[in-house]
Design a protein around this ligand. Sequence first.
Ligand code: 0WD
Ligand code: CA
Length: 378
Amino acid sequence: MKSRGTKKGDEPLSKRPHLEPSLPTDPALYSGPFPFYRLPSQLGCFSLDEQRQYHGDARALRYYSPPPTSSQGPNFDLRDGYPDRYQPRDETVQEKLDHLLHWLMEHRGQLEGGPGWLAGATVTWRGHLTKLLTTPYERQEGWQLAASRFQGTLYLSEVETPAARAQRLSRPPHLRELMYMGYKFEQYMCADKPGGSPDPSGEVNTNVAFCSVLRSRLGNHPLLFSGEVDCTDSKAPSPEPPTCYVELKTSKEMHSLGQKRSFYRYKLLKWWAQSFLPGVPNVVAGFRNPEGFISSLKTFPTMKMFEYVRNDREGWNPSVCMNFCAAFLTFAHNTVVQDDPRLVYLFSWEPGGPVTVSEHRDAPYAFLPTWYVDAMSQ
Ligand code: 0WD
Ligand code: CA
């Protein structure tokens, strides 16, 4: 984004005392060449177990194990086991960046990139970056990101918006079941051991997660982020992480051209953003019928997703997504100047408007835990 950033936008905010800082999100402002994005490399990983406890290893990694392709179609019953074999994660626990900070605390002495690399980096979840990438095209859900600078590093942690909270607390039963069905699909497609077979008779426990920790750079912004990975493909043409990873998704069966158009415009944008960031090369989609059975599978290579909307006037453009994200990171870096783990800048966005900022100290917005601040200060 070095070419497009205006002089004014790059000036420190302190030099513009009478300007209420904000960042526009209109896609037209972010077209232009695709910015530099470093090939993501994996720095490490961690696992969360059935009790949501952290382990600094790959114990929760599962193995891609699709059904034989010769048959009629998979016919997976995604409702099987609901709700009796479902252990959903406690969503009232707001984990913020904690698990990622745990990993970082244990690896701070062994980070690549040379001395001072971390001090220049932005640390966050992959899912938060996904929301930034899709912002210029999002028309329904706003977001809030809390930002603190500590020892140079910019930390970004999502805050649940009041609207998202209200939706979570009043989630209708059919949406709860739909969430389960996504995880059930993973169970049908993954084995616990390489060469093993899936075991759909077991429980679905959404506390369990395998997370990859990645390094990349967007423009001049070094990035350290973590994302949950569904499984690894032992037969992948490029067997090293992250190119061995596979993202699993479910979606409604499509019949009309209109259904396909809207799938390409809205869903594929989210799938692309989520998997492009960590360099996951393939998304395997299971299409479900109205009875909740997976009737067909289709692999969408991440790097080919844009082809479905390239000639669509109402489609999305990867350059816009990445240029906006780069502009946001520049905006955040220029806003969060003071180095103080108790100081939080809250970036807020609602569809149709610009990103705005407010300043806060300590509870409830401060998110860097004292155990992390103390350990990093040793
Ligand atoms: O505190 C928060 N506001 C959040 C924390 C929001 C989002 C995620 N997280 C944490 C959780 O600890 C989770 O284990 O991040 C981890 C996943 O991070 P991510 O990879 O950056 O998240 P994202 O790309 O949005 O989602 C990846 C998967 C989802 O799969 P699908 O196929 O639906 O995209 O992570 C799961 C979900 O399976 N997931 C979550 N798991 C636990 N808590 C959450 C969540 N809040 N959001 C998504
Ligand atoms: Ca998934």
